[in-house]
Structure formats: C-alpha cells, structure tokens
Design a protein around this ligand. Structure first.
Ligand SMILES: Nc1ncnc2c1ncn2[C@@H]1O[C@H](COP(=O)(O)OP(=O)(O)OP(=O)(O)O)[C@@H](O)[C@H]1O
Length: 554
C-alpha cells in the first residue's frame, strides 16, 4: 500500500499515485465503516448460534456460522491493516509538511523576539507526529461504530441501550476529569522544562566565561530549582493520571457487571433470549471500546491537541505580511518615511518620525551611543521588523511587505554576528547559489579578504558554518564578502570593522567606495565616523529618546 501511496512531500506521478489528504481521509472513513460492519457481525452470529443451533442441535448450521464468523474476522483484520497503512502514510506526510511550514514560521517569530515560542515549534511538531502516527486516529475513526452499536442494543432491548449509554458517559466523564486535572499542569511543566533547558544550553555556549570566571556552580544552582519545579509538576500530573487510569479500569468492570445483571434480569423475565444476552454483552464492549481507548490514551491526544493549537497560533503569527505592490512614484534607492520604532515592551519610542532617502551610489553612516537603536533601525529598514509607524521602500518596493524572494537578492547585509550557515566559504559567500566560485572570489577580493581565505587549510572549500572553527575575524570576513556578493542594490553593514585588523579595515573602505561607484546604496553603522570621512556622504545620528539628525557632508 505504501508503495503506491507515496504521500511524502511533493510526489511525482512516476513514483506513485498522488492522493490529496482529503481523499485519503475519506478512504479511511470508508474503511472504518467496513471494519466496524465486519466486527458487528460477530455478536449477531453469536446470537444465531445460541438461539438457533442450541435449539435445532444442527451441527451443519454451527459450522456454517463459524465459517461466516471467521471470514468476517479475516476481512475485518485485512481492512484494519489497510487503514493502519493509510493512516501511517497520512501521518508521515502531514508531519513532513508541517515541519517545514512550522520551521519557516518559527524563524519569523524568532525575528520578532519570541525565542521561546520559536524553539518549541519542533517539539510540538514531533508531539503531533507521534499522536498522528499512534493509535489515536484509529480510535477516533472507531467512534463511528458507536451509533450502529447503540442502535443494535436498542433493538435487542432498550435496557441494554440505557446501560451502555450510562457506561459510555461514565468513561467519557473520567476522561474529561483526567484531562482537566492534568492538562494545564503538564503543559506548564513542559514549557518550564523547555525554557530552563534552553537557558542552560545558552550558558553552555558561553563556556569560556562560565568556566573561566568560575560561574559554573552559580549557573547550575540557578538551573536546578526551575528544573525541580517543572519535574515536580510533571510527576504530580502523572500521579493523578495513574489514579484516574485505575478508576477507568473499575468502570470497565462495572460495565461488565451491569450488562450481565441487566441481561440476567431480562432473561428471568423472559423478555430476551440467551443469545440476545450474549450479543448485548459483546455489543456493549464494541460501543464503549473506542471511548475506553481514547480515555486510556487521553494524554497523547490532549498533548497532540495542545501542540496543534500552538502550531496553528505560530503559523498565524509567523505568516509573512500581506504583499503590497511597488510604489512607482517613490525615489530610487532606499527611502524611509515617517518611521517610528519601539523596542518590545518599551514605554517610549526609540526613534520618532524618521525620514531620509539614500539614492543609488549614496552612502550614509549610522551613528549614535550604545542602545540608541541603530541595530533596531537597520532591522526595520531591511523589513525584518515591523515599525510602529511608517514604511521603508527599496527602489519603490516595501521592504517589509514584498516577498523576501524578491528583496533578498537585492540586499547585502552584514549583521553584528557573522551568522554563517553550514557549508563552505564559497557556499556562504555565494548564498548557496550556483553562481560559481568566480563570483564568490570577486566578492572576497572586494573586501580584501582573498589572502585571509587563502590561508585557510582548504581555502574557498573550507567549512565556514558555526561548527567550522573559523576565528571571529575570519567568520566576519566571510560574512562581509557575502554582503557584497552579486552586486546588491543596498548594502547594510552593522559595525563592519569589528574584529578586523588594520589592513582588512582599509580594504573594507576601498570595497565600500567601489560598490558605491557601481551604484549600490550603502548604509553602515560605525562608532568611528572620522575613519569614514570622505567615503560616506553624511551621518544619520541617533541621539536617544526618539531624536535623530541627518548631517550631510558639505
Ligand atoms: N528584542 C528586544 N527586546 C527588548 N528590548 C530590545 C530588543 N531589541 C532591542 N531592544 C532594546 O532597544 C534598544 C536599542 O537596541 P539596539 O540594539 O538597536 O541599539 P544599538 O544602537 O544597536 O546599540 P549598540 O551600539 O550597543 O549595538 C536597547 O535599549 C535594547 O535593549
């Protein structure tokens, strides 16, 4: 079945039948109805054996009925196997699709500053995949058998119907109780656990400071209480869950006793036949079994629902802003108007009503004291953060509301941290495009880093990702070259001189001048404006408290 139903990712017609999720779900529902149909024949045949064969003493009828039961069971088993295969393929496909979408959304949410929600996304995707791939979907589909089983019970005798209904409600009630008693605690414990684990991992990344300054004991002492609290909450929830699981077992026993007692009472009053009583006992367990299963696995589905709810919220929050068409009346280059920015949770804006135009070939230096909002402004200019008011246009395209696939290639950006990805120097400089080594070498040369790259053990083929072991300065040179790659229309450099030696700084200034000459608009943050005199056209100075000034060189 899975060979023809290749539901993983985008399926090519040659590799198997392409089935939409809705169709697979519909087939699963049909299969479930068929499975339930075959299962429900068992009590009916049992009734016939008891009432017919016992009276007629005809063994031939017994063999026929036994063979019919066997066929029904085999058919039911086969259909159940097919349904399980379909559900597994469905879970796999949904999981894969979800993972990529959720990851994209979580990156956007992390950009907005909520790293906790972003970090939890992959955990939630695995929780949901576990639930979808487990027994819960089949149990939910088995709920379809409940109305049919109840209908049969009513026909056998309304008392059986009443007993079954009471038992189903009791077991469902236990499930709701278990969920209500533990869901919030388990969710809060998981959240606290994830948060403290991430905080600890963050400290591990600062290993030199932690060990060198003898801070390890303090770090662990801070981690321990939060971890203990979340474990206490989790263990408490599990204790309650175990107690309720015991209650559920009692309810199942009570159901058997109740149905047998009702059957015997009806039998004594000669209101039903012995076969009906046996059929009712089997039918009641059919009616209540899906509920008992779901209640038994309440934690799986309750965690799955919580994970799905969070993922939907993440997808909504992480959706890219609705695209807007370009503004043909806007000036060429970078144009900001009415820009007001506020740091998350801050009472006052960092910047108020900022407006300027940086034409192609122009260069501005962004200056201001620490914390004045230079990086925040850069992120708003690049469309990475939404301003409180105003808009930013690059050659008429709104940088926030134009698809990144259009604006990304027109922008060169050096963030404060190099942020290199797994791959070689060439891959990182060339943004993993197939532009070839020549374009990467040209960008590296432009920032004067060719010799430095040549000194790496494998030169341009050297690994450059976060685990590659490049020095801070080497990583920064690679990131700097990436910002100049492919003749971007706008080059934004956040403190580009940080970590560079004197020769590299001089080469950088030459690179900026050359990029300007080729028509790029350049904006760079520096705490040393004098070093850039003659290379930039002016200084955009952030003064703190929302004030700013544009000082053009005369
Ligand atoms: N995600 C955030 N959450 C809360 N506050 C933030 C966040 N990002 C920035 N801020 C605040 O906004 C202010 C400006 O920060 P920003 O990094 O833009 O300053 P900067 O001018 O680049 O500083 P520096 O020169 O030190 O790099 C700071 O007070 C900072 O604490």
């Amino acid at each position: 079945m899975s060979a023809t139903l290749r539901l993983r990712g985008p399926v090519t017609p040659a590799s198997g039948v392409r089935l939409p999720v809705a169709v697979v779900l519909f087939v699963c529902v049909l299969l479930s109805v068929a499975v339930q149909g075959t299962m429900l024949t068992t009590p009916l045949l049992t009734m016939h054996v008891f009432d017919g064969v016992m009276q007629s003493r005809n063994l031939d009828t017994l063999w026929v009925l036994a063979a019919a039961m066997l066929v029904a069971l085999l058919l039911g088993g086969t259909l159940q196997f097919l349904r399980a295969a379909l559900l597994a393929a469905l879970a796999e496909q949904v999981g894969r699709r979800l993972q990529l979408r959720a990851l994209a959304a979580s990156v956007r949410i992390a950009l907005g500053g909520d790293r906790t929600a972003a970090g939890r996304v992959l955990q939630d995707v695995s929780a949901l995949r576990r639930v979808l791939g487990g027994s819960v979907p089949a149990d939910v589909l088995d709920l379809l058998s409940i109305p049919v089983a109840f209908g049969f019970l009513w026909l056998l005798h309304p008392l059986f119907f009443v007993v079954a209904l009471a038992m189903t409600l009791l077991q469902g009630g236990i499930g709701l109780l278990a969920d209500g008693a533990t869901r919030d605690t388990v969710a809060a414990a998981a959240l606290a656990e994830g948060r403290s684990r991430r905080a600890l991992l963050g400290r591990l990344a600062q290993r030199d400071a932690v060990l060198g300054l003898g801070l390890l004991t303090i770090v662990l002492a801070r981690f321990a209480p939060a971890q203990a609290r979340s474990l206490d909450a989790r263990f408490g929830a599990e204790r309650r869950a175990r107690a309720l699981a015991g209650l559920l077992e009692l309810a199942v026993f009570a159901q058997q006793i109740a149905i047998v007692s009702a059957g015997v009472w009806l039998l004594i009053g000669q209101r039903i036949s012995p076969g009906s009583m046996l059929a009712a006992a089997t039918m009641v367990s059919f009616a209540t079994r899906p509920v008992v299963h779901l209640v038994g696995h309440w934690r799986d589905w309750s965690e799955g629902i919580a994970a799905a709810t969070r993922l939907v919220a993440v997808a909504r929050r992480g959706a890219p802003p609705a695209p807007v068409p370009g503004d043909p009346s806007a000036p060429a280059g970078l144009h900001a108007e009415g820009l007001t920015l506020r740091a998350p949770g801050a009472p006052k804006p960092l910047l108020r009503d900022l407006g300027f135009t940086l034409p192609p070939g122009g260069a501005l230096l962004l200056a201001g004291p620490n914390g004045a909002g230079k990086t925040t402004l850069i992120r708003a200019l690049l469309g990475l953060a939404e301003p409180e008011a105003g808009r930013v246009l690059l050659d008429g395209s709104d940088t926030l509301r134009t698809p990144r696939s259009e604006t990304g290639p027109r922008i060169g950006y050096l963030p404060q941290e190099a942020q290199l990805l797994d791959g070689s120097v060439t891959d990182n400089v060339g943004r993993f495009e197939d532009a070839g080594t020549a374009a990467a070498v040209a960008a590296v040369r432009r920032v004067g880093a060719h010799d430095a790259i040549g000194r790496l053990p494998r030169g341009y083929d050297n690994a450059a990702g976060p685990e590659a072991g490049l020095s801070g300065g080497q990583a920064r040179l690679v990131a700097l070259a990436r910002a100049f790659h492919g003749a971007p229309r706008l080059i934004v450099l956040d403190e580009p001189e940080a970590g560079l030696d004197g020769a590299a700084r001089a080469a950088l200034r030459e690179g900026v001048a050359a990029a300007r000459a080729e028509g790029a608009a350049v904006l760079l943050v520096s705490h040393d404006p004098t070093a850039w005199r003659g290379i930039v056209d002016g200084v955009l100075r952030l003064k703190g408290g929302g004030d700013w000034a544009l000082e053009m060189a005369t």
